[in-house]
Ligand binder design. Sequence first.
Ligand SMILES: NC(=O)c1ccc[n+]([C@@H]2O[C@H](COP(=O)([O-])OP(=O)(O)OC[C@H]3O[C@@H](n4cnc5c(N)ncnc54)[C@H](OP(=O)(O)O)[C@@H]3O)[C@@H](O)[C@H]2O)c1
Length: 277
Amino acid sequence: MKQVRIAGKEWVPALGMGTWMIGEDRSRRAEEIATLQRGIDLGMTLIDTAEMYGDGASERLIGEAIKGRREQVFLVSKFYPHNATVRGARVACEDSLRRLEVDCLDLYLLHWRGNVPLEETVEAVEKLQAQGKIRHWGVSNLDTDDMRELDGLPGGAAVAANQVLYNLSRRGVEWELLPWCAERDIPLMAYSPIEQARLLRHPELRALAAQHGATPAQLALAWLLRREQVIVIPKASTRAHVEENFAALQCPLDDATLAELDRLFPPPRRATPLEML
Ligand SMILES: NC(=O)c1ccc[n+]([C@@H]2O[C@H](COP(=O)([O-])OP(=O)(O)OC[C@H]3O[C@@H](n4cnc5c(N)ncnc54)[C@H](OP(=O)(O)O)[C@@H]3O)[C@@H](O)[C@H]2O)c1
């Protein structure tokens, strides 16, 4: 498994698993659990969730899937912006820990920026760290200006990751946010890496993938995985999909393919506000 360095000292898998909309349908539960377990077996041991997902249903399902193998997993969860106060984050974190049936999160992210000052949120996550409830903290959906502001706050430079929308059809982060984070050794976590499956219907991407003996999902994931400091978290709810996604690690992209992908999905030519799903 390719690894990405996080918080300056720890290595995590570059390819993990997203879990939005998992755990919400009882009839799919067994396969979703089997899918997460298969992903862990393959080495996709970084699992991303949030208190928001299914109102805790995603965290509960993950808790079941990782029972007995907590130490193999790098567990990421997120708290709502309205819980980004000292008290709110403590309660939200304790609730997440209870649903996940674990003592500690590996990474805890502010889901997006709301009205609570970043300064208070940094204080909140530092307290959780001091109490041993989280190991690292980070943010999600923060654009470069917000990251600059965070970086200037006491303790703010300890931000371990920024989880943002990034895929072939959403390349705006390449203009400024990606290089800004890379310079500071802050990994980006690319969410919706196959654009919630919409990329898979792109006719020219499908044709290019076929030329490589790959699937469009694999090509889209391989394109993100080639970057040094990007962690990619596709969501799959079947074992077939997770196995297909894992094989993206074995999908080399030569210069001609990269140039063709740039033609199909041009890089940004100007600054644009960070997009969000
Ligand atoms: N921080 C944020 O604000 C934020 C926002 C969005 C997402 N996220 C995180 O990022 C994760 C990934 O993003 P996402 O779930 O929005 O979208 P995604 O991973 O781009 O796409 C998921 C969709 O693609 C399908 N899929 C996955 N692998 C496939 C394959 N090999 N072949 C065909 N279809 C495949 C899935 O179907 P099946 O389910 O049927 O396998 C699902 O419908 C989320 O689950 C969540 O953890 C974070």
